[in-house]
Ligand binder design. Structure first.
Ligand code: SF4
Length: 373
């Protein structure tokens, strides 16, 4: 029996491949293909003996789960709602397909958290990202979400875009806040290699903002959201008190999670494994494709735990770290701790260590410092 705290389900279909997209997703709108995929997903779910009592969260992401027809979306949600009673049940919705009917379907199957991938309200920024959506679609989608009984609403935003000014981003943020979300995830643009966006940046057709401007946007984000009552609990995640995303918390606490669907990754019983990023192969294998698997050594698990926990505002709680990993954080990473404290990026707390505000803004650089001997 698998005791996993979190279940991730990947729906890899979109109606269009955005120019910035680094996720595994394919443009596929054929409902028959969606149906075949759901059948394979059901097989994969059935192949795992999941302990229902330990499962706290289900997160259906993509791709665009909301691209599914009402019938297929019902089939997908019932697959999980009939079997589990999680504390948190999230579905990602693309504003282009977020309709009142889709919301009613989600409500019927006890979904209690929506994550809407708006990214920006500016037509200029949406074009830079190579997204098909429009400002009007984003606003309409959030209006519809606001009328739903599902009160826990996350809005995804991206900043640090080519041609984006601080004022542009401040406007995006203000518009997002006008919908009174309980949660905002805001990421600095990451240019994914092999995408049309990366090509445009490489050719000089698009110019990324300099580091200073990106930093100003990040500082504005933290300040503005704090003013609105959404506190920062992770590098890119902000919520009202008690509305943190439990699914992601489990991940940052290095808990076990099981991923279902093409390209989905898992971490269970000391092993990382993932399904190939191949919808056709996944369907042909009836949801049981050959998975890549890596067994983590105890030290590798300790490293993973350190790097993930450092992303959160709580940082490393030393007793929790040693309970989980069997290692003393201070001893295992003594030189990394000393270096980052000296640089003002890490600080000691009553029960461990956490990143300073400076450290939060360069968290990836700090993480790269933490290496295993
Ligand atoms: S909607 Fe999201 S997953 Fe789909 S192509 Fe665009 S960025 Fe990728």
């Amino acid at each position: 029996m698998i005791e996993t705290a979190s279940l991730y389900v990947h729906i890899p279909f979109c109606d269009y491949k955005c120019g910035c997209c680094g996720f595994y997703s394919i443009p596929e709108t054929d409902e028959n293909v969606h149906q075949d995929y759901l059948n394979a997903l059901q097989n994969e779910l059935d192949s795992f003996d999941i302990d229902e009592d330990s499962l706290e969260t289900i997160y259906i992401g993509g791709g665009s789960p909301s691209i599914l027809s009402d019938k297929n979306l019902s089939a997908l949600l019932s697959m999980f709602a009939e079997k589990f009673s999680p504390i948190e049940f999230t579905v990602e919705m693309n504003p282009r397909h977020l309709t009142r009917d889709k919301l009613i379907t989600a409500e019927l199957f006890a979904v209690d958290r929506l994550s809407v991938g708006v990214q920006s309200f500016s037509e200029k920024s949406l074009e830079v990202l190579g997204r098909k959506g429009s400002r009007a679609e984003n606003l309409n989608a959030l209006d519809a979400a606001g009328e739903s009984v599902i009160e826990n609403l996350n809005i995804d935003l991206i900043f640090g875009l080519p041609s984006q000014t601080l004022e542009d981003f401040a406007k995006d943020l203000d518009i997002a806040l006008s919908f009174e979300p309980s949660h905002i995830s805001a990421y600095s643009l990451s240019v994914e290699q092999g995408t049309p966006l990366a090509e445009a940046v490489k050719n000089g057709k698009l110019k990324l903002p300099d580091q200073q401007l990106d930093r100003k946007m990040y500082e504005h984000l933290i300040h503005r959201l704090e003013e609105a009552g959404l506190y920062q609990y992770e590098i890119s995640n902000f919520s009202l008190p008690d509305f943190e995303c439990l699914h992601n918390w489990n991940y940052w606490r290095s808990e076990q999670y099981l991923g279902l669907g093409a390209s989905a990754g898992s971490f269970c019983e000391g092993k990382r494994f993932s399904n190939p990023a191949d919808v056709e192969g996944y369907i042909a294998a009836g949801g049981n494709p050959e998975r890549e698997c890596q067994v983590l050594t105890e030290k590798e698990y300790a490293w993973q735990t350190a790097v993930l926990m450092l992303r959160t505002n709580r940082g490393i709680l030393s007793p929790e770290f040693s309970d989980k990993t069997g290692f003393d954080f201070e001893k295992l990473f003594s030189s990394e701790i000393e270096k980052n404290i000296n640089e003002g990026l890490l600080e000691k707390t009553l029960s461990g260590f956490r990143l300073t505000p400076e450290g939060f803004s360069v968290a990836d650089t700090v993480s790269r410092d933490f290496v295993l001997d």
